[in-house]
Design a protein around this ligand. Structure first.
Ligand code: GUN
Ligand code: ZN
Length: 429
């Protein structure tokens, strides 16, 4: 048994725009008890110290803040090296930057090297679970799963399906997409903490035959995830409307191919109407809100309040390399600004929810990760208010945990991550 003494904060539900105080718990002089890779208890140190078993190892991290490991609901590991590429909106950005970077993944050695660096970067930022795009090459999925498995991480990934409107060297076809995805599901899904996601890039780059093959896989393997992009950019939405004139909406295209169901995660979801939102909620699909990407690529503003009011599961995503940071603190800060521009609020506790428990709900993993209820897997981050001189000053002047957390989100980044723990094991990064 390990006992870690620090301030402890986690969410029990969505605090919402009002930041509801019964939706989160905070223990200023707190303690986390961990055994066998799972949470035994979280609470006041005074209560827990009295009942510690004789063999417990106590780690004193007073002054630091422990929160659940961050969950990134949408990210592309092959785009690590083109993060922050200048000047284009989505479709030109894909052609100019993303596809050339992904072409380099024909080399399996390169894929393995990037996967190792990517997983290390996630952990340096306090991210313990991610839903990850590979490239069209099946060995890209092997590479990211091997890197995550070596760390014991709960990670979901998939090989990309794309067979049109993209460079020749990045195309598969409906049959190979089906066969390769099926083989990867059988190799990786449910192995340790790993999970597979059927990953059609988006409806523009898959033929109808390929979307049909993806839908067939989704029916045959109801327990695997579906991961794609939806309604990110207006030019993209118009192209989809031309390609599918009989579909009511972009979401309807995926729905007609059986790709909208529980454990389907759609990145962006910016240009949707009320009917789409209620259909997505009713069918159990989830949205990944990727603010740094949406601002960087000039895509639009995510309507978090409308999505949550409709009952859609939502989590935060970084969308690196369209997104500009792997830090969920930085991502939360940009999410706040996106809400602010729409005259809505994003209180710090709701931002924390979107990066932890809300993201776990979006991935249907809330019985395993996302907070510190007894029995949950012990994935957590130790945050340091003094990670930079400015966060030290600002948090020293802050009153109460909400103000401190908001300052960490607004000013903080990987410098404020002291350590990241995966299934109770402190990671070396
Ligand atoms: N839509 C289709 N592919 C991509 C991608 O790689 N990044 C983003 N942000 N959107 C996409
Ligand atoms: Zn993306």
């Amino acid at each position: 048994m390990q006992a870690i003494r620090a301030s402890v904060l986690h969410c029990l539900a969505d605090p919402g725009e009002a930041g509801r105080k019964d939706a989160w718990e905070y223990f200023d002089d707190g303690m986390l008890l961990v055994d066998g890779g799972r949470i035994v208890d979280a609470g006041d140190a005074g209560r827990l110290l009295g009942a510690l078993p004789a063999n417990a190892r106590v780690r004193d991290l007073r002054g630091k803040l422990i929160v659940p490991g961050f969950i990134d609901c949408h990210v592309h590991f092959p785009q690590l090296d083109i993060i922050g590429s200048y000047g284009e909106q989505l479709l030109d950005w894909l052609s100019r930057y993303a596809y050339p970077a992904e072409s380099r993944f024909a080399d399996a050695g390169h894929a393995r090297e990037v996967a190792q660096s990517f997983v290390t970067e996630l952990l340096r930022n306090g991210t313990t679970t991610a839903l990850v795009f590979g490239t069209v090459h099946p060995h890209s999925a092997d590479a990211i799963f091997e890197a995550a498995e070596a760390r014991g991480m709960r990670l979901i990934a998939g090989k990309v399906l794309m067979d049109r409107n993209c460079p020749e060297d990045l195309r598969d076809d409906p049959d190979s997409a089906y066969a390769d995805s099926r083989a990867l599901i059988e190799r990786w899904h449910g192995r340790g903490r790993l999970g597979y996601a059927i990953t059609p890039r988006f409806a523009l780059t898959s033929s109808e035959a390929q979307l049909e093959a993806a839908g067939r896989l989704a029916r045959e393997f109801p327990d695997v995830w579906v991961h794609t992009h939806l309604a990110e950019n207006l030019e993209e939405v118009e192209a989809i409307a031309r390609q599918y004139p009989d579909s009511r909406s972009y979401l309807d295209v995926y729905d007609r191919f059986g790709l909208l169901r529980e454990k389907s995660v759609f990145a962006h979801c910016l240009h949707m109407d009320a009917e789409d939102r209620s259909t997505m909620a009713a069918k159990g699909g989830a949205a990944a809100f990727c603010p740094t990407s949406n601002l960087f690529l000039g895509s639009g503003l995510f309507r978090l309040t409308a999505m949550r009011d409709a009952g859609v599961r939502c989590g935060l995503g970084t969308d690196v390399g369209g997104g500009t940071s792997l830090s969920m603190l930085r991502t939360a800060s940009e999410a706040y600004k996106v809400l602010h521009l729409q005259e809505h609020a994003l209180p710090p506790m709701q931002a924390l929810y979107l990066a932890t428990l809300g993201a776990a709900e979006a991935l249907y993993l809330e019985d395993k990760i996302g907070n510190f209820r007894p029995g949950r897997e012990a994935d957590f981050v130790v945050l340091d208010y003094a990670g930079s001189s400015l966060t030290a000053r600002r948090t020293a002047a802050a009153e109460g945990i909400e103000e401190k957390l908001f300052a960490l989100m607004t000013l903080g980044d990987d410098r404020n991550v002291t350590s990241t723990w995966v299934a109770g094991v402190e990671q070396v990064v």
